[in-house]
Design a protein around this ligand. Structure first.
Ligand code: IVH
Length: 671
């Protein structure tokens, strides 16, 4: 009896999976919704009556329990890079020329694909089973969203059998998105139930996968297109076309509009055709991605620091709208730079209501002759702040007013505004002016820094005005009793803020360093320094400019900025105070099974046949090594390619291990 039931369960699972495959991958559904629901319900009933027969990969098991402990972060085994952009036909042609030249004028094939405007995701399958799904995050670390991705019917819980052997490991990359029709329906429903509506389909998709409760994600009708493999074992694929075919064969949806092309004319025409037809497609795309097809050629082309040389994202023209400037305000950034911001009559720019636009600096205002009351064209591409592209001179009203920062009646008397010689920007030179301090504090609390939830610009401003904050260590002195006295704070909100402040105390070195707001020390540099200093602030404060410059990726400007910062006693005492008040930097731990070269200092010299220097650098860094630029007694090994420089003889003099290209595979542990 049980055998018969098991057989029926297996056949129902196969039928449901086949349907999903036909629907999401082949775009050729075989069942109606009613037929599908009937199969699903029969399966649910059989499983309810025979719980011992429930398999983990049954489609009924997609929705699990809410995660109560928040999202865990995991390091990507290979960083999820971004793409460099081409903003017009000329830049697409330049990309083509560059590639052909670098590959010595050999014939190069490309694959053009739509650039899906969704949410980058990495899907890890082990022995065919979906093991984990991570967001792109900052490209190095992503959040675990497995519980939510499992609810997406387009994502197979188990890969289908293909002609190739199921790999023991494969990491597939793709984009989760919401169809425009589903997005519109979702917003309609939310409006009826008085919930906040999403600004666009991308935000709706992102909001849906960042839910703790997978039931919510399951109700949102998300989909996915896969477009790259991050890493794999046991399968050999030679090019993108073959790879896309492979993904399809194992049940992963790929975009049907991908196309193999060769000439730069084809690239431009693919891009324009896509742009013209985008209104007929039921998902948002914001450009086309053009990639070199052949993987060996990709290897030869290698990577820049954040993006591969072998691909480019050709962006569609930004969406524009017309509006009128009703005033100009100034904003002071944390480094004192003053940015004029135009207040405009609220206007809908492809689904997002816009009421302000950056004017960059006074030169920009003068060059474009932008005046208060002017009618202007506003443009916004991607997530960036909207900007004014053009004054509509033919509509200029009689009552326009010219604007000059120097005439501005600045509301903060502490601000000392000066135009720095040779710079377009005006700056406030008083580091203690409230507006500037506010920028510093906002940055310290922000998501990628100390991540103090609930401590946004409005609250920072309020606490600053209530004299509860001067420098960022004051954040850790705030008490519930202080907050409850303030407007807008109630018992719950005060407790929540105290809670988030306390939670932020346990932090990481890169977050804390980034939060300090040292000029030019962004998230990437903070991570590089973390590795070099083993998460030790003490070590960082002792570093001399010369040593810092040795670290690959750190130039003179950054080194000087860091030294200047730590020379300042006030900065040092604020940091010490933070530590005394409970901020604790948890040292970054690396997975020692994959980071076999942790803390080793490696120098690369010469060029390599089998891979580019940047690829090699990335691989070494993935193994935990720090790549430095010159040889010293602290160097652990020097990797020597063709035409090495003086670094080779220096390494020989110092008796340092020398690794030649032929030994590289063994050295990287990939033999
Ligand atoms: S390839 C190393 N292909 O665009 C490059 N990306 O701006 C890997 N995206 O982070 C990406 N559609 O999230 C690739 N067909 C496509 C894409 C695509 C959308 C996203 C992806 C990436 C971002 C880069």
């Amino acid at each position: 009896m049980e055998k018969t039931i098991k057989k029926r369960i297996d056949s129902l699972i196969a039928e449901i999976n086949n349907h999903n495959y036909a629907y999401y991958v082949l775009d050729d559904p075989k069942l109606t919704d009613i037929e599908y629901d009937a199969l699903f319900r029969e399966l649910e009933t059989l499983e309810r009556d025979n719980p011992n027969l429930i398999s983990k990969t049954s489609p009924t098991q997609r929705v699990g329990h809410p995660v109560t402990s928040g999202f865990k972060s995991y390091e990507h085994s290979i960083p999820m890079l971004s793409l460099s952009n081409a903003i017009n036909d000329e830049e697409i042609n330049d990309f083509h020329k560059r590639i052909v030249k670098w590959l010595n004028n050999s014939e190069v094939n490309f694959v053009a694909e739509p650039k899906i405007d969704g949410l980058g995701v990495s899907l890890i399958y082990e022995n065919g089973l979906l093991k984990r799904a991570l967001t792109r995050g900052d490209g190095f670390k992503g959040e675990d969203i497995t519980h939510n991705v499992k609810t997406i019917n387009a994502v197979p819980l188990e890969l289908r059998q293909s002609k190739k052997k199921t790999p023991s490991f494969i990491e597939v990359r793709g984009e989760i998105f919401m169809n425009i029709s589903d997005f519109n329906q979702l917003n309609k429903n939310r409006e009826i139930s008085d919930e906040k509506i999403f600004a666009n389909a991308r935000n709706a998709a992102a909001g849906s996968v960042r839910q703790l409760d997978p039931n919510i994600t399951a109700s949102r009708n998300l989909s996915i297109f896969c477009y790259e493999i991050g890493g794999s074992k046991d399968i050999k694929l030679d090019n993108q076309i073959e790879m896309l075919e492979y993904l399809k064969s194992v049940g992963l949806p790929v975009n049907p509009l991908s196309k193999k092309i060769t000439s730069s004319e084809d690239m431009v025409s693919y891009h324009h055709t896509l742009e013209t037809n985008r209104t007929h497609i039921d998902y948002e795309i914001d450009g086309s991605v053009i990639k070199v097809n052949n993987y060996q050629k990709r290897e030869r082309l290698g990577l820049r620091s954040r993006s591969p040389r072998w691909a480019i994202a050709a962006k569609f023209k930004a969406k524009q709208a017309e509006s009128q400037i009703i005033g100009i305000d100034l904003q002071v950034g944390r480094t004192g730079v003053i940015t004029p911001v135009a207040k405009i009559k609220e206007v809908d720019l492809s689904g997002v209501m816009i009421s302000s636009a950056t004017l960059h600096n006074q030169d920009e205002i003068d060059r474009k002759d932008i005046r208060i009351n002017d009618f202007v064209l506003i443009e916004r591409s991607g997530d960036v702040i909207p900007k004014i592209t053009k004054v509509l001179n033919e509509k200029r009203p009689k009552n326009t007013k010219k604007f000059s920062i120097s005439d501005f009646n600045w509301p903060d008397p502490e601000c000392k505004i000066e135009r720095v010689d040779g710079e377009a920007a005006y700056r406030c030179t008083n580091p203690n002016c409230k507006s500037r301090v506010m920028g510093v504090l906002e940055h310290f609390c922000s998501k990628n820094a100390m991540n103090i939830e609930g401590m946004g610009p409005q609250i920072v401003k309020q606490l600053l005005e209530a004299d509860l904050l001067i420098s960022f260590d004051d954040i850790y002195k705030i008490k519930y009793e202080d907050l409850i006295e303030l407007d807008r704070f109630k018992n719950k909100s005060a407790m929540n803020l105290i809670d988030s402040i306390n939670q932020s105390k346990k932090t990481t070195f890169p977050r804390f360093l980034f939060g300090l707001g040292i000029p030019n020390v962004g998230q990437h540099i903070s991570r590089v320094i973390d590795r070099y200093c083993n998460s030790s602030l003490e070590k960082l404060t002792e570093l001399k400019i010369e040593e810092m410059k040795e670290i690959d990726g750190i130039g003179e400007t950054v080194a000087i900025a860091i030294e200047d910062y730590f020379k300042n006693d006030n900065n040092k005492s604020i940091i010490e105070s933070c530590l005394k008040l409970g901020v604790k930097i948890i040292p970054t731990t690396y997975d020692t099974s994959t980071m076999r070269m942790l803390n080793q200092k490696i120098v690369i010299t010469g060029s390599f046949e089998s891979l580019s220097r940047s690829d090699l650098k990335l691989r070494l860094e993935n193994l935990g090594a720090t790549v430095t630029s010159s040889v010293s007694s602290k160097t652990d090994a020097v990797i020597v390619g063709k035409n090495p420089g003086s670094k080779l003889s220096k390494a020989q003099d110092l008796n340092i291990r020398i690794v030649e290209e032929k030994d590289l595979i063994g050295f990287l542990g990939e033999a």
